[in-house]
Write a protein that binds this ligand. Structure first.
Ligand code: IVH
Length: 682
């Protein structure tokens, strides 16, 4: 790029464009461009900022994940305290609140706003001159923790607002981890042997109160903004509803399920709707919040203690139930873990009949003092497998039995504990809470490894789920993951399976074929190496670029990677040492599965991310040669001028592309400038 001023202009344009596309994607959930186009914009910006570091600013979209880890989180004083909310646990309590404030206001009719009370983490975001400058937790309401760097990684928080605002203002909202993301995170953590988060709220809090923003960046956090804290030096709307609309216009993410409720009579049906539908939400809500709409009325009502009088949380009934724990069963997991689960007397909780519930491991069962025969509290959150919260000790009869996993799987004939599926020996590695089946060829494990390999987060082979894997496995059509890629040679046998017609066989084989080009991180994850979850797989793919390199890595090399300790390193080493695994990888490779990846952040070429369109005749070189030189320097060429075009290169007798470029404001270069650019960069 010719000079600093021009670079600055381009950088600003790119930032605005990227911010806009972030907003379309993360706030509106309605992208306008493909991921590849978005990546190209990002790459161009990164490249320019690399070239002109003096133009780099902390609010650049490239800096969302850029900050270095902190020693400790700083403290932020809240200029205006963050209050909490009073609760109503029934319709009567809600009406009592309404009667109270009607009396104080001297009027019974005023409109309200209903919102979901999201169970996440309250944050206050401060903007100065339109830029996000500070983000803080609620803390004790007066002082919170400075989590600015971490909040910057949340894509639905605008780093800069798109239009004029008061010079300084603060918005408040709830950061949360969507339910899907929460489960994925916990599955990861389980695989990596890390303690599990009890619920999405704790997971969100744990993710945001991190010293290293890179960890926060890997968690799919989101936010809903629910109020304006304060605004200095500018006019703001007169009602809460209009304030929410105003915040939306500033690109903040506001919950689309908020409703204006003309009077208290409307609140109950809003509440009932969500009591019924709450489980379908992508976030956990523990009630609704009812707020007085007019801000002058809010002002008149004021606060009592630490709670505003103008709002109340109307809580949802808990989805818990009690039943009897009949027994504890054991299933065998993918990595051979022996997983205890609760066998329950069937009970209906929130309209769903529950017969089984999760019990994570023996330690957990001991810690909660859960005994067979106990009356237990069970809890259902969202669509997930219910879990046993704990026993009701007062209901014990004395006949309850403590659980002992080794006793449970004891095989009298073999005179030792045995895997309930294959009968092999049971092991407990030092320092681990889980017991394992020692047989890598245990059918329960093999089958689940295939299921895991094909699952959505891994190779994403549509149609290969639990049932089909079981059938293929039992019929001897597959024994391991590599066999999937050789199924195409066994079409006849596939057609012989129940419910498998031409169409479903073709669909399945197509899906398998398509999975051959998954990114390396997915392949690493899909192999099912013990303790390797999504985050570690990403890390390894970034570091090694091919499975062969990863397999050849020494323990020291592995441990030199951030967050990889001896346990993970040993597990990787052990995996690649096993002959069976080496054979599987060899067969994957032969079948054409991509096991390598060009480094993403390879030295950025000088024209990376730039698209050139040529028009007219160039004197110095034929069109084809010009295009080759652009490509050799990392640029791309296009046949027509669009919004994506970086430069139009104009030769003699240009065509209509020149008009198009002018109308779009695309940068235009003549041949001399173009040659100069190539010489400079080449
Ligand atoms: S209004 C001054 N609106 O609930 C009014 N709070 O107990 C207080 N919360 O920590 C905030 N969803 O983080 C409000 N739609 C919503 C909310 C909400 C969740 C949280 C908030 C606060 C807690 C109050």
């Amino acid at each position: 790029m010719a000079d600093l001023a021009e670079a600055q202009k381009r950088i600003e344009k790119l930032r605005a464009e990227i911010n806009h596309h972030n907003y379309r994607y993360y706030v509106l959930d309605s992208p306008e461009i493909s991921d590849a186009e978005y990546d190209a914009l990002m790459r161009e910006l990164q490249q320019l900022e690399g070239q002109y570091p003096q133009l780099l600013t902390p609010d650049s979209p490239t800096q969302r994940v850029g900050a270095e880890p902190l020693e400790a989180l700083g403290v932020v004083e809240h200029p205006l305290p963050l209050l909490s909310l009073g609760n109503a646990f029934s319709g009567e309590e809600l009406l009592a609140w309404h009667t109270r404030i009607s009396r104080l206001l001297g009027q019974a009719s005023f409109d309200l706003v209903g919102e979901h009370k999201i169970d996440g983490l309250a944050v206050a975001l401060t903007y100065e001159n339109g830029r996000f400058v500070t983000g803080a937790t609620r803390g004790d309401g007066f002082r919170g923790e400075d989590i600015t760097q971490n909040l910057r990684t949340i894509r639905s928080i605008p780093l800069a607002v798109p239009k004029d605002t008061p010079p300084r203002f603060e918005v408040r909202g709830e950061v949360f981890l969507p339910v899907d993301g929460f489960h994925r995170l916990n599955q990861e953590r389980e695989k990596e042997g890390l303690p599990l988060f009890a619920n999405p709220r704790n997971a969100a809090a744990g993710s945001v109160r991190q010293l290293d923003p890179k960890i926060t960046a890997r968690r799919p956090l989101d936010i809903y903004i629910y109020m304006l804290g304060y605004a200095e030096g500018g006019a703001t709307p007169a009602t809460h509803w209009e304030t929410l609309e105003y915040l939306k216009s500033l690109d903040f993410k506001v919950n689309p399920n908020n409703r204006r409720l003309p009077d208290i009579g409307q609140v109950e049906s809003y509440y009932q709707t969500w009591v019924e539908k709450r489980e379908k939400l992508q976030y956990e809500a523990d009630g609704i919040v009812v707020k007085v709409n007019q801000l002058d009325l809010q002002q008149r009502l004021g606060d009592v203690g630490r709670e505003p009088r103008w709002a109340i949380a109307y809580k949802f009934p808990a989805v818990q139930g009690t039943t009897r724990l009949i027994d504890i069963g054991i299933s065998v997991g993918r990595t051979g873990t022996l997983n205890p689960y609760a066998i329950l007397e069937p009970v209906s909780v929130g309209g769903v009949t529950i017969r089984q519930a999760a019990l994570h491991n023996e330690d957990d069962i001991r810690r909660k003092d859960i005994r067979i025969g106990d009356t237990v509290i069970i809890q259902r959150a969202g669509e997930v497998i219910p879990e046993v919260v704990g026993p009701i000790v007062s209901k014990r009869t004395g006949k309850e039995k403590e659980f002992d996993l080794l006793e449970k799987v004891y095989d009298k004939e073999k005179k030792r504990p045995a895997c309930p599926v294959c009968g092999s020996e049971v092991l407990q590695p030092e320092g681990e809470v889980m017991y394992y089946c020692s047989n890598a060829a245990c059918p329960a494990q093999a089958q689940q490894r295939i299921e895991h390999f094909a699952s959505r987060g891994a190779m994403d082979i549509r149609g290969i789920g639990e049932n089909l894997t079981a059938t293929l496995f039992q019929k001897g059509l597959i024994k391991d993951i590599a066999d999937l890629y050789y199924l195409k040679d066994r079409r006849e046998q596939l057609l012989g399976l129940e419910k498998m017609g031409e169409k479903s066989v073709s669909n399945m084989l197509d899906a398998i074929e398509k999975s051959k080009n998954r990114p390396l991180a997915r392949v690493i994850l899909a192999l099912g190496i013990r303790h390797i979850g999504e985050e570690t797989a990403e890390l390894l793919a970034g570091e090694f670029h091919s499975l062969a390199e990863l397999a050849a890595a020494s323990r020291e090399e592995l441990m030199s990677i951030d967050t990889i300790g001896p346990k993970i390193a040993d597990s990787i080493m052990a995996f690649f040492r096993q002959e069976e695994n080496r054979d599987i990888i060899r067969r994957l490779k032969e079948a054409g599965v991509k096991l390598e990846e060009k480094p993403m952040k390879a030295e950025v070429l000088p024209l990376s991310g730039m698209e050139f369109v040529l028009t007219g005749t160039l004197e110095a070189f034929p069109r084809k040669e010009a295009e080759d030189r652009i490509k050799a320097l990392g640029g791309t060429t296009g046949s027509s001028v669009t919004r994506k075009t970086t430069y139009l290169v104009v030769g003699a007798e240009p065509g209509s592309k020149l008009d198009k470029a002018r109308s779009l404001g695309t940068k235009i270069m003549n041949e001399a400038e173009f040659r100069q650019l190539l010489n400079q960069k080449g």
